[in-house]
Write a protein that binds this ligand. Sequence first.
Ligand code: CA
Length: 414
Amino acid sequence: MAKLTSWVDVSGDSDFSIYNIPFGIFSNNSTTPRVGTAIGDQILDLAAVAKLGHFDDLNMDKNVFSRPVLNDFIALGKPATKRVRKRIQKLLSDKKSPLIEKPRIFIPRQKGKMHMPVSVGDYTDFYSSIEHATNVGKMFRDPENALLPNWRHIPVGYHGRASSIVIDGTPIYRPKGQVLPKGADDPQFKATERLDFELEMGFIIGKNSQLGTPVTTDRAEDYIFGLVLFNDWSARDIQKWEYIPLGPFLGKNFASAVSPWVVTLEALEEFKVYGPKQTPKVLPYLRFKGPKNYNLHLEVAIKPQGGKETIISRSNFKYMYWNMCQQLAHHTCNGCDVKVGDIMASGTISGNEATSFGSMLELAWAGTRPLTLDDGSTRIFVNDNDTVTLRGYGEKNGTRVGFGKVSNKIKPAR
Ligand code: CA
């Protein structure tokens, strides 16, 4: 990779280095929601860059930068979006860049309001961490046979709900629902007492596939625009009572939250690694060539009301048993089509140490091992007024590419 430096001030620990160039939707007092990129502590207004003519020779519809979601930009296709990213990199690294003279097209990130990056058509959630699936199997079923027989053959997933996917900063109201209290014969309707986060990554579909035509693992990356942090909020007591026989429903669909900046697959190329060995050998349509996992450091923090945050988990996206190419190949193997803006989430990303588990359910082992926060208070699940934050980044040879954060505060049930 060619060594690049930006003339914009970027600190060494910034997620938004010149190697990143993510895409997001921002607004401020003087602009409507539109497409921007993040560089250091700044947002670069790409609608303004387009207006100045810097994309004129790229032979594309420049109006896509003025839209309130990324869908039309993404739909231009990878050849176009890659060229835009390269052009922005050049404009931000060139010592004689014409943008140096245009400080007003930069907005401090603290002053920009971020919006949902895409209009999400469909949302699918996988269950692709073997450590997570094993932990849940041990707690809820059989400690000896924790994994169900299909798990090593199928990237298990379910269709979620797109309407309740929200952006970083959105408050989450504690959901109510039916639960079966321990030892009781009959269910009750009440606010969940087992509110949980799930540390996940989500990938955003970058190209429509055709109904009836599978996307192979070889071609899957053409259909993936980029990734976001994904917190799949869950209510364990509601989930436990409702999920047999048809799976997750109201224990899941009250909210999932994403980070605002979509980091492209191109920006993550440097962090590719091989995933865990898959045994037994998977069916031919799930086989793939080359490294398809990503070495991305992930962490979860809880901040009580008025207090300091405590990091309660450190995990890594590289632990995933099933990779995104396999997930997409499986999702479409029956001919199911995918559309630009769809989100596919990884499933909870747990490592094999107790400090790397990706949910409270696992960290506090179904309530049996309370976690102690730095302020001395304990948690078995998430309390009202707690703020939960996910962060993630890759770092290699002094190059850092990150996602920023997705953070939500829990409000009492309504
Ligand atoms: Ca999930």
